[in-house]
Design a protein around this ligand. Sequence first.
Ligand SMILES: [Zn+2]
Length: 230
Amino acid sequence: MLRVEDVYFAEESDPKKTVRQYFDQFKLSGFKWTNKNLVKWFVRDTPERLKNGINLEDLTHDCATAFKEWRRWSTIRFRPTPEDSEEEADIVIQMTDKPPKTTGWTSWKAGVLAVGHYPIDSIGKIAGDIYVNSKDFIWRSWQKGKELGLAFKSIWYDFFSMILHEIGHTLGIGHSDDAKAIMAPYYKRVPKPYILAQDDKNAIIAAYGKNTNWSQKLQDRITRNKLDLK
Ligand SMILES: [Zn+2]
């Protein structure tokens, strides 16, 4: 049986769920990138991306920022592949009007924003790939969306918030019960610059080990920046 995430629903929150506070709320899928200390990613441009209206540079920038945030806390490293070498990529990210075959769906299920595949060897090349639903949702880079003003806010979804979540899956992390975690199964728009929730950090460290090169000084500076935003 193939295991595919998501179901990552579009609702801002699930009123049926109570927010619980546990230390370990993340779940690991049991799959992870092995034999690799460098995972390569690639954004496949599609006609759907153009139709959706998100700028390719913005989209790629959001992906790079999201990879950087997961990398910050763990030993796993990422690198974008050049435009002409998609075949080298471990993780391919694309916007598409059709869900991947692995879901068994003929069209996108209502409310599903994207699907991120766990790094499962047996599913072949699609392992780690991310399919973003461009049929039912308008995607914008957070920065650009902001410039367009509040009136626009209600109809677009933040590409960065979504891709940060989906990358978590491609690294082997499942959904979290912690509502503050980016790996909670419901979309939320996160502020920028963004720092992963403690639960997400615990998950990535459990899977790949802690990034010990991360200096306390830099960490303090980031914490300060985050506080300044409030
Ligand atoms: Zn998910």
